[in-house]
Design a protein around this ligand. Sequence first.
Ligand code: MN
Length: 304
Amino acid sequence: MSGPVEVTDTSGHPASATATAAGVEVVPGRTTTVGGAAVRRVLPRRAHRTIGAWCFFDHFGPTGSGAGGLQIGPHPHIGLQTVTWLLSGRVLHRDSLGSEQLIRPGQLNVMTAGAGIAHAEETPPGEETTVHGVQLWIAQPEATRHGAPAFEHHAELPVVGLAAGRATVLSGDLGGARSPARQDTDLVGAQLDLGRGRSSVVLRTAFEHGVVPLTGPATLDGQSVEPGTMGYLGPGRTEVAIGADAPVVLMLVGGTPLPEPVLMGWNFVARTRQEIDQAHADWAAHHRRFGPVHSALPRVTAPS
Ligand code: MN
């Protein structure tokens, strides 16, 4: 997705996070629109700008049938990896490396921007237009953020059983299963498909975690969390009990808290204002660091 980060994403306007007796902070997201789809953005928020190196979390759709699906024209990224994951629908990814990849539910796209890449994401013409999924960003570490761009597609991912369901591992490892996806920073990312009941999920004590319900409410150590919010779990935990009264799909993200904050502006993740400004100028000037994308959709221009 384009996923433009705006001032309101990190400002103090929204209700602040609420810490509960269960040690779960319920962090309210905000609603916005990206490429024709309503999105619930739970990262970055003022209370928690990042979860480990996860720096952006949009839950989009489900879009209405006939609404045209997702239509996001060519736009640039630097310094981050995009992680695209669908619950329903299909999205065609095209980027300035020449990658062209249709992604379906249960498959993973990981695009590494490094010094610069451009891509477009759209519901293909003639396709069912209902689309539902998430797009996450991972801030790249110093070692790779100035490096070459790359794109990966994983058609199959490891699945581990839980007491009341299962987990599909997108990033890092969970319950002994490891994702094949490239990882520049120690992280975990998983989809949890839970039925009625309670499941204990083992957590890494060095990690902070966020749990985001996508299709209905759930409980974290007894604390209720709703779609559009994130349950934040601080470092030092060995597990969390996730409960549901009805089948529910959730996302789990985690990682070691970043030692220093990253700077985010529009579609860019960097460390200095100058780097962000240079990326804006280079995109406006059609600089070759971003390259052309084969898409009929109009090129996205940055908000002034
Ligand atoms: Mn994008």
